[in-house]
Ligand binder design. Structure first.
Ligand code: WQD
Length: 351
């Protein structure tokens, strides 16, 4: 059983806290009064995000933030963080996340994502910390038999090494609790995180050509890409294009703060879907983004992308009933905030 402690007395270690979802979560935690320690190797993030966080939360709250540039798999560096801060809770974001890249680089994905998790939980155990929230994904449901997806929907074999790492890490953390019931595990299965902080100071900043739809649409909207490539329009959906449950990154970040409060004083393993419950197609995203940016966004229809499912969207009633959390932003909010970020930061944080 984890000790019940007030937010002001709680230190949260956020691995991958300089990344897209991690940085937005750090903002919510600091605004909630938590002390926050970030470990990030900056392999897919910029340290400039911490200046933006300070601007958003203010100097007083930012004084509760400490950043270590380190690889979570670096046991000595991680032990030093625990020695110096004695984290009470861990939110584990750090990991490679490009589906396509994972197919061509399985060794790197398993070594990094699984390896850093095993090092993390071993160092946690050595320091008596057994409370962890894991950044999982709807990808563990595979190609759904029925929709909407609930937490009881069956996990399916993954279609790529990235998906398998999410699948396996959920199993590793579940087995930890089976071995020692003191472990306090929350598995958050995200649907499709998009959008940006309403301030326009933080947002998605993928390196190279974006793998995901919305950053690609955003870069097309500012003229960095010629056209959006729509991967298939012959799916069994209303307009033939793929349907997903897009969730605003700030809603997702608030879901982590809600999970921290909910798990306080508990132990066990609990799974929550974090989505909106609404499915939106690729063409509907392009239309909503055109409305947000004020001009048409060119697109071309391409063949389907291998590994894509036709549709998925969530039933999030469990998060609402147990944690009192529910997504507040809609697709227009997500596109408005994504456009605001992209148009003010055409080259991301390094611009
Ligand atoms: C969404 C829709 C594509 C790009 C993956 C992971 C998930 C999470 C988010 C990391 C699909 C279509 C896409 C493009 C397109 N992981 N598309 N043109 O594949 O649902 O989810 O990323 O954060 O765990 O599984 O997201 O944005 O790649 O695709 O037409 O250039 O957009 O076919 O229908 P996906 P996505």
């Amino acid at each position: 059983m984890s000790e019940k402690i007030a937010a002001q007395d709680t230190c949260v270690l956020v691995t991958g806290g300089a990344g897209f979802i991690g940085s937005h979560t750090v903002v919510e935690l600091l605004q909630g009064g938590y002390r926050v320690v970030v470990v990030d190797d900056l392999s897919n993030a910029s340290a400039k995000v911490f200046d933006r966080i300070r601007t958003i939360v203010g100097d007083e709250a930012a004084a509760n933030l400490t950043f270590y540039e380190a690889d979570v798999n670096d046991r000595a560096a991680l032990s030093k963080v625990f020695d110096e801060h004695q984290p009470d809770r861990v939110i584990h974001f750090a990991g490679y996340k490009a589906v396509g890249e994972s197919v061509s680089k399985p060794i790197e994905y398993y070594a990094n994502n699984i390896g850093n998790t095993l090092t993390l939980v071993d160092v946690m155990r050595e320091h008596g910390c057994t409370s962890i929230i894991f950044s999982s994904s709807a990808t563990v449901y595979g190609d759904p038999d029925s929709l909407p997806l609930t937490e009881k929907s069956p996990k399916k074999p993954a279609t790529n090494p990235y998906g398998w790492t999410k699948w396996m890490i959920e199993q590793i953390l579940t087995d930890l609790h089976t071995a020692d019931p003191a472990w306090n595990v929350v598995l958050l299965r995200y649907f499709n995180p998009i959008g940006a902080h309403p301030s326009g100071l933080m947002g998605e900043d993928p390196k190279g050509i974006p793998n995901n739809l919305v950053p690609y649409v955003a870069q097309t909207a500012i003229g960095k890409r010629d056209a959006v490539h729509v991967f298939g329009n012959d799916y069994d959906t209303p307009d033939g294009t793929g349907v997903r449950d897009y969730i605003h990154v700030v809603d997702l970040a608030r879901g982590h703060a809600a999970a921290l409060a909910w798990m306080n004083g508990r132990s066990g393993v609990e799974v929550f879907n974090l989505g909106t419950g609404t499915g939106t197609s690729v063409l509907q995203i392009i239309e909503a983004f055109s409305k947000a940016c004020g001009h048409e966004i060119p697109y071309v229809i391409e063949p389907r992308r291998s590994g894509d499912v036709t549709a998925n969207y969530a039933d999030c009633s469990k998060a609402r009933e147990l944690m009192g959390w529910e997504a507040q932003f809609d697709i227009d909010d997500m596109c408005r905030d994504s456009w605001n970020w992209q148009s003010h930061n055409p080259d991301g944080y390094e611009g």
